[in-house]
Ligand binder design. Structure first.
Ligand SMILES: Nc1nc2c(c(=O)[nH]1)N[C@H]1C(S)=C(S)[C@@H](COP(=O)(O)OP(=O)(O)OC[C@H]3O[C@@H](n4cnc5c(=O)[nH]c(N)nc54)[C@H](O)[C@@H]3O)O[C@H]1N2
Ligand SMILES: Nc1nc2c(c(=O)[nH]1)N[C@H]1C(S)=C(S)[C@@H](COP(=O)(O)OP(=O)(O)OC[C@H]3O[C@@H](n4cnc5c(=O)[nH]c(N)nc54)[C@H](O)[C@@H]3O)O[C@H]1N2
Ligand code: SF4
Ligand SMILES: [Mo]
Length: 726
């Protein structure tokens, strides 16, 4: 929506400076955004804003912003560039890609994009790849809600969103929304608590939500799956589960019970380091609440036990009767009124022979085409479409296998790599492998705002527009069914363009123009809204979006979108893929004499989103350097003082940061922030703007024992390490 006062134009925008999509207002004067503020002065949306949103205009007008397409001159990574036009860049990229496809096949193109809702290509990236014939698409969502969505689908066919409004109990498996981290969720949790909801927090550390929690379970890092097995034991033994639901709507209950017998409470207490009484008391609180929800958590999508830990949360939701129930975890489906992004991706046209080549699908199939195959028919039956790419995480290649194919050309060569709105080098695991992988390419393209370490290793850096410089129609990719409108506030600077323009430009040059009939994103928005009978312009003028009425217990009419039509406590899909069909716990990497501590990598900082934002002075001055948190006892043993530079060293690498000694850290655990590099420092492959000194992705390891078996994603939380003075 747009309104105009004397000199200020106000626009309704959806913030994409992180991935939680706050509705905000931009104030525009003389063609410049002069202020970003919350959507309301009073009312529920007034607090939905954080310092990253407020400072977005400073970032978009930064001197670091790239506003012209750049082409590498000299060696890759030498840091020398010339400005070229978009037309020339796209001509050259299309020509090179055609040559690579002719020589190695279409699977030689790998594409890495950002997390789900800051990418704005309207599904055109996947459409292009499906037309070309490449299954090798990867994303940071492989370590976030994308893989969680895929694993949830195996149990009950969709990925739920918590009903915070009605809930009487919230369980946070590590997940710690704060005032400046997933801000709307932080406020929704506070509101639910005011409405009487209990809060259970599971975290080895006394985190920011502990003070207001009803129960805090300071479990050992990496033991969430064991704790859930313990909870299930209590819930079943004390008959706190929803018997009618279990009988009518689940398969494998008896088999699950047998498995649970392997995890008596005494064993769970030993694994988790928690008192048996506390485990019992918390299980009761969750199961006996009138309604309860378990919000998604990144903790369980980034550990060796990931598949089981996620499945266990799904099983808890189901057997306590909280699935698709008021106050529980709701399966929303896609927005029925509009054409959703997933429908535009055209996964049905990628030939099976090409799907079969998706990298990593033999070893770790869960979120690949192969893993999702058995869900096609059930998903069509229940949700009306065979291929739903929930949170864009349902048909991914396995990232580390993709980087291996890029670096070592096995099982086949991958020779072209596009990193679009994604700082791939720092944003997965094993940064050294990714560097080798990028250096072994014949074509590397980055679509970016700034010269990230990843862009520094590219052949073409194409300047991206920002969320203040484009219209956008955002759907929630099945997490909920909301459609949100974001209005362009100002024109993009220089020659910045969106991802849609990149893909269409390439498609036209490579013979796919007829499949890209829209010339602008606004035209594709018109198409997506056609069932509502409005154009994007009219829609944006009159509303903020479209939210269908929530319906509960839809499965009573449709069944669940699994092969059996029920909640599969024992997963037929995992069984057919050759894995343990029941959830289990296995030990995560343990400290040793050489590496006596555990490091928790990937900590989010209030000032930045992931690997971004470090070039924004207003934010950077609040946090100029990376800080490593450690316990006073460990610091004393190592004679480390607060504020001194230290190294964290493990078998994969070594990173540097400033010691911050904190009482809230448990002994034996160190925390390292995610994604550090310094945009102001020296660029090029031997420096990577200090990423080689600072990036936590150098500590992660991809070998047996350090990755989740079924998905192949790395263990980020709790890696054996030692700490030394720098
Ligand atoms: N300002 C800001 N906000 C952000 C982001 C950002 O970059 N900046 N990123 C956003 C994104 S994409 C994500 S995914 C979220 C992630 O943010 P959160 O969901 O809040 O998760 P983390 O901050 O990674 O970790 C939360 C807690 O998990 C605890 N923990 C460590 N190991 C374990 C374990 O094994 N089990 C349990 N139960 N707890 C453990 C840690 O001590 C920590 O307190 O943040 C979002 N919010
Ligand atoms: N090692 C390790 N890897 C991780 C994680 C971790 O903790 N550790 N966390 C995982 C998680 S939870 C997530 S959600 C993902 C996040 O992964 P990503 O979403 O890829 O996040 P970023 O690393 O911030 O990279 C986004 C890049 O996009 C650029 N950008 C921002 N807006 C735009 C835009 O509008 N257009 C264009 N063209 N570019 C834009 C930014 O400058 C930035 O360089 O990473 C995952 N990977
Ligand atoms: S929490 Fe902050 S960065 Fe994220 S969408 Fe909201 S205002 Fe933007
Ligand atoms: Mo994330």
């Amino acid at each position: 929506m747009t309104s105009q006062t004397e000199e200020t134009i106000k626009k309704g925008v959806i913030c994409a400076s992180c991935d939680i999509a706050c509705p905000l207002v931009s104030e525009v004067k003389d063609g410049k955004v002069v202020k970003i503020r919350a959507h309301q002065d009073k009312g529920p949306l007034k607090d939905y804003i954080c310092m990253k949103g407020v400072n977005a205009p400073n970032g978009f007008s930064s001197e670091h912003r790239i506003t012209k397409p750049l082409k590498r001159v000299g060696e890759r990574g030498s840091g020398q560039w010339e400005e070229i036009s978009w037309e020339t860049a796209l001509d050259e990229i299309a020509e090179k890609l055609t040559g690579i496809v002719d020589q190695y096949g279409p699977e030689a193109l790998a594409v890495s994009t950002s997390q789900w809702n800051t990418s704005t290509d309207n599904g055109m990236g996947r459409r292009f790849m499906n037309l070309l014939g490449s299954p090798n698409w990867i994303s940071g969502v492989a370590l976030c809600a994308g893989n969680t969505a895929a694993v949830n689908r195996m149990t009950y066919g969709w990925f739920p969103w918590p009903d915070y409004r009605n809930t009487k109990c919230i369980v946070l498996f590590g997940h710690t929304p704060k005032k400046h981290s997933w801000t709307p969720i932080y406020h929704q949790i506070r509101k639910a608590q005011k409405n009487g909801a209990k809060l259970i927090v599971l975290d080895p550390r006394r985190n920011e939500n502990v003070d207001s929690a009803d129960i805090w379970l300071p479990l050992k890092a990496g033991t969430d799956a064991a704790l859930s097995l313990g909870w299930l034991n209590v819930i079943i033994e004390e008959e706190l589960y929803d018997k009618a639901f279990v009988e009518k709507w689940t398969t494998g209950f008896e088999a699950l019970k047998e498995r649970l017998a392997e995890y008596p409470l005494a064993r769970v207490a030993e694994i988790t380091g928690l008192e048996e009484t506390l485990i019992r008391e918390s299980a009761r609180m969750y199961a006996m609440a009138d309604s309860a929800c378990i919000p998604w958590s990144p903790i369980t999508d980034q550990q060796v036990n990931s598949t089981s830990a996620i499945r266990l949360q799904a099983i808890l939701r189901a057997i306590t009767g909280n699935l698709d129930a008021p106050g529980g975890d709701v399966l929303h489906g896609l927005n029925p009124e509009v054409i959703n992004e997933v429908e535009l991706e055209w996964h049905e046209i990628l030939p099976q022979a090409q799907k079969d080549k998706q990298l990593g699908n033999e070893q770790h199939p869960v979120f690949t085409y192969r893993g999702m195959e058995a869900l096609r028919e059930p998903t069509k039956r229940v949700w009306g479409r065979e291929y739903v790419n929930l949170i864009t995480g349902s048909f991914m290649a396995v990232p580390y296998r993709t980087f291996q194919a890029m670096a070592y050309e096995k099982p086949y060569p991958v020779k072209a790599f596009f990193a679009l709105g994604n700082n791939a080098l720092l944003g997965y695991s094993n940064m050294k492998l990714i560097r080798d992988a990028m250096m072994n390419q014949e074509l590397v393209v980055a679509h970016e705002h700034v010269m990230t370490p990843t862009a520094q290793l590219s052949d073409y850096v194409l300047p991206g527009d920002s969320w203040l410089e484009r219209n956008h129609l955002q759907d929630s990719l099945g997490w909920n069914a909301n459609i949100l409108v974001s209005n362009k506030s100002v024109e993009p600077p220089g020659e910045c363009h969106g991802a849609f323009d990149f893909w269409r430009g390439l498609a036209v040059r490579m013979g796919f123009e007829e499949h890209f009939p829209w010339e602008t994103t606004e035209q594709i928005f018109d198409y997506r809204l056609k069932n509502l009978g409005v154009s994007f312009e009219e829609f944006a003028k009159n509303s903020f979006g479209h939210t269908p009425k929530v319906k509960f217990r839809k499965y009573e009419n449709t069944g669940f979108a699994t092969p059996s039509g029920k909640v599969e406590l024992k997963s037929s899909i995992l069984e057919d893929l050759g894995f343990d069909a029941l959830p289990y716990y296995r030990d995560s990497p343990q400290p040793s004499e050489e590496y006596p501590l555990l490091v928790f990598t990937g900590v989010r900082e209030d000032e930045f989103f992931q690997t971004g934002h470090r070039f924004i002075p207003e934010l950077r001055k609040r946090r100029p350097e990376p800080k490593f948190f450690l316990n006073p006892k460990d610091a004393k043993n190592l004679a480390i003082e607060n504020g001194e530079w230290i190294f964290i060293i493990n078998k994969a690498g070594k990173i540097k940061g400033i010691a911050e000694i904190r009482d809230d850290m448990p002994p034996g655990l160190v925390r390292a922030p995610h994604g550090w590099w310094k945009p102001e420092t020296k660029q090029g492959k031997d420096f990577l703007s200090s990423a080689l000194d600072l990036s936590d992705a150098q500590l992660t390891i991809e070998e047996e024992g350090y990755i989740d078996t079924e998905q192949g994603i790395p263990h980020l939380r709790g890696l054996p390490c030692r700490v030394e003075k720098a």
